[in-house]
Design a protein around this ligand. Structure first.
Ligand SMILES: Nc1ncnc2c1ncn2[C@@H]1O[C@H](COP(=O)(O)OP(=O)(O)OP(=O)(O)O)[C@@H](O)[C@H]1O
Length: 594
């Protein structure tokens, strides 16, 4: 509903907009909502009331602290990125550019990069002063790492869901939670981002123990370090998360300790594995040998999947009462379909998985399974003659063993296969048993993954349907955030314009013009008070006003000056025009000065 226009309007000199004078003596709350009718939705108002605002004393304390902060003097981009000026990463593309054409990223400053994030205003100023076009440089710039105790975890408890007594609202009203992505998904994504950013303090004992740089990788963080030889590989292996200098992305380094590569040609099998790209495999990125750990190590690089665990850890490591009697059948079919599809892709490349083992199946999300550590055994046994067909048969047999172990809830149960099969027959549909019998039948020497796919085809359709449904859900969640990012861009523009010192000193901007209007609009959106003078913290009003501004609707609103001496009637369309004019002017001025 447009706000009703006041009757007594006159035009202010120098402005085409009508103005309503107010008696100077009038006391009472400034920017009272009574002057611009707005009816907040009760539930939204209730939710918005949860947002707290600082008291005047808190605000002045904050100001006092801000005043203590040394003055930030913006300077040229080159100066800001020079090593003397900031305590952050140094990017010297000319000196370190490699084959990829990206800028190398110096490992030591990666730790210091954290200060740039914590530096708040300063780091934003640095970002703003850079030309945004150099993607690689910006990616590196924003690649910050939280280190040791200075890492501040996100306050998840501040995002509590609505309580039931306010959740049951009429269908024409919305909860604030509907405007943002679903709680569990948000917490999950945030936790993953936190995991990506985890880093050791290089000055700590643990951090100092690891090399600062291994080949093109730095900021190593141990995911798993083991002194004992791996049962599968025969060598002690360690797993690290690390950042690649060439693109600033995080990868996993699997280090095979004490392995001497005698045949350079073995690196060729990595090239073959790199071509296997499948949603059911952890992709192989590359391999190299290094002495950076103080020994001869072979390192194989994989994609990093934050917060993942293994099938072993989830289903077999501890006596979980939920899995003791076997995995849920729905999850089992999901596992079977994903792993069968991955095996098919690998066998189609004339390769064998060789690691269909519980510790080498990674769980990277809810019911997302991927085969990990592909290529390791091919590298380690490169000089030993192997029969790919026989190894592919082994893959199928091991796949069958895994299915039986999952249905019986224990790896030890495999010693009594008959008992396992009986349990499977009682607790699972006959299709599971048929598949397991086929996979475990070693007398059939021509078993192949295509026949497995035919056996599970109807379940594959179910799986595809589930994946599409999940995709629809995620698209819906994404669309909510899409709207928010649109509003954030608008808020950024308003932030660039409002309270600029150069405008404050300019008498033409102080009382008239586009900038003045935008200042009043900011008050209208954020600084309204109710009849009693209490701040109105109504998120619905903010979002509604910003959305109307973004669209530029013809609806008119009344803005009043802070001294309540004048009112301006203006449409959102005119306000949108103001923003565009002032923002273009800012960009032109920036261009002229640069
Ligand atoms: N690509 C990856 N992305 C993310 N995390 C990974 C990745 N690969 C391994 N991990 C993490 O490393 C941990 C250890 O992996 P690893 O394969 O060494 O298992 P393990 O049980 O220690 O096996 P082994 O007995 O062979 O040493 C996993 O639990 C997982 O958390």
């Amino acid at each position: 509903m447009p706000a009703p226009l006041p009757r007594d309007l006159r035009t202010r000199p120098g402005s085409a907009l009508p103005i309503k004078p107010r008696p100077a003596s009038r006391s009472g709350p400034k920017l009272s909502v009574a002057s611009a009718p707005f009816t907040p939705l009760s539930a939204l108002a209730q939710a918005a009331a949860d947002l707290s605002s600082p008291t005047p004393s808190q605000a002045s304390a904050t100001l006092a602290r801000v005043a203590d902060v040394p003055e930030f003097v913006p300077s040229g981009a080159g100066a800001l990125f020079g090593p003397q000026q900031i305590d952050g990463p140094v990017y010297d593309q000319s000196a370190y550019s490699d084959d990829y054409g990206y800028a190398f990223y110096d490992p030591q400053p990666a730790y210091n990069g954290m200060h740039m994030v914590q530096g708040g205003i300063e780091s934003m100023a640095i970002a703003g002063s850079e030309q945004m076009s150099d993607k690689a440089q910006l990616d590196n710039f924003f690649m910050h790492h939280h280190v040791g105790s200075s890492f501040e975890p996100l306050q998840h408890h501040l995002y509590n869901s609505t309580l039931p007594h306010v959740a049951n609202i009429p269908p024409n009203q919305k909860q604030v939670h509907c405007l943002f992505i679903e709680d569990h998904l948000r917490v999950h994504l945030q936790s993953r981002n936190e995991a990506i950013q985890q880093a050791l303090d290089p000055t700590s004992a643990e951090g100092a123990r690891l090399p600062a740089r291994v080949d093109a990788y730095h900021t190593l963080f141990p995911l798993d370090e083991s002194r004992a030889p791996s049962k599968i590989f025969g060598y002690p292996t360690s797993v690290y998360k690390a950042v690649r200098s060439t693109d600033g992305r995080t990868y996993v380094l699997r280090r095979i300790e004490g392995f001497r590569l005698t045949n350079e040609a073995s690196m060729s099998c990595i090239e073959v594995w790199r071509r296997v790209r499948h949603a059911g495999c952890v992709s192989v990125v590359g391999a190299f040998t290094t002495k950076a750990f103080g020994d001869s190590s072979l390192v194989i690089v994989y994609d990093y999947h934050p917060l993942s665990t293994t099938l072993m850890a989830k289903y077999f490591a501890r006596a979980d009462p939920q899995t003791a009697n076997g995995i849920n059948e729905r999850v089992l079919w999901s596992f079977i379909c994903q792993i069968a599809s991955a095996i098919k892709m690998i066998h189609a490349h004339n390769l064998a998985v060789r690691v269909v083992e519980p510790s080498k199946i990674l769980i990277t999300g809810k019911n997302r399974f991927r085969i990990n550590c592909c290529s390791v055994l091919d590298m380690l046994t490169f000089d030993t003659p192997t029969n790919v067909q026989a190894m592919q048969q082994d893959d199928l047999f091991n796949f069958g063993k895994l299915i039986v172990a999952l249905t019986s809830g224990s790896l030890y149960a495999l010693h009594n296969m008959q008992k396992c099969m009986d349990h499977m027959g009682r607790s699972y549909s006959p299709d599971v048993r048929t598949l397991a019998v086929y996979l475990l039948n070693r007398t059939l020497t021509n078993r192949n993954i295509d026949d497995v796919i035919k056996l599970i085809a109807p379940r594959m359709l179910q799986e595809i349907n589930g994946a599409f449904q999940q995709n629809d859900f995620l698209e819906d969640q994404l669309s909510r955030e899409l709207e928010n990012s649109r509003l954030v861009r608008l808020l950024c523009k308003l932030g660039f314009i409002n309270e600029r010192p150069e405008y404050e000193l300019d008498p033409t901007c102080a009382e008239t013009g586009d900038i003045y209007l935008l200042k009043l609009f900011r008050d209208y959106v954020f600084h309204q008070v109710d009849e009693g003078g209490a701040p109105i913290l109504d998120l619905a009003h903010v979002l509604q006003s910003l959305n109307k501004l973004d669209v530029g609707v013809n609806e008119k609103i009344m803005l009043s000056s802070r001294d309540e001496q004048s009112c301006l009637i203006v449409s959102y369309r005119e306000l949108k025009q103001c923003i565009e004019t002032v923002f273009n002017d800012l960009m032109n001025r920036r261009g002229r000065i640069a």
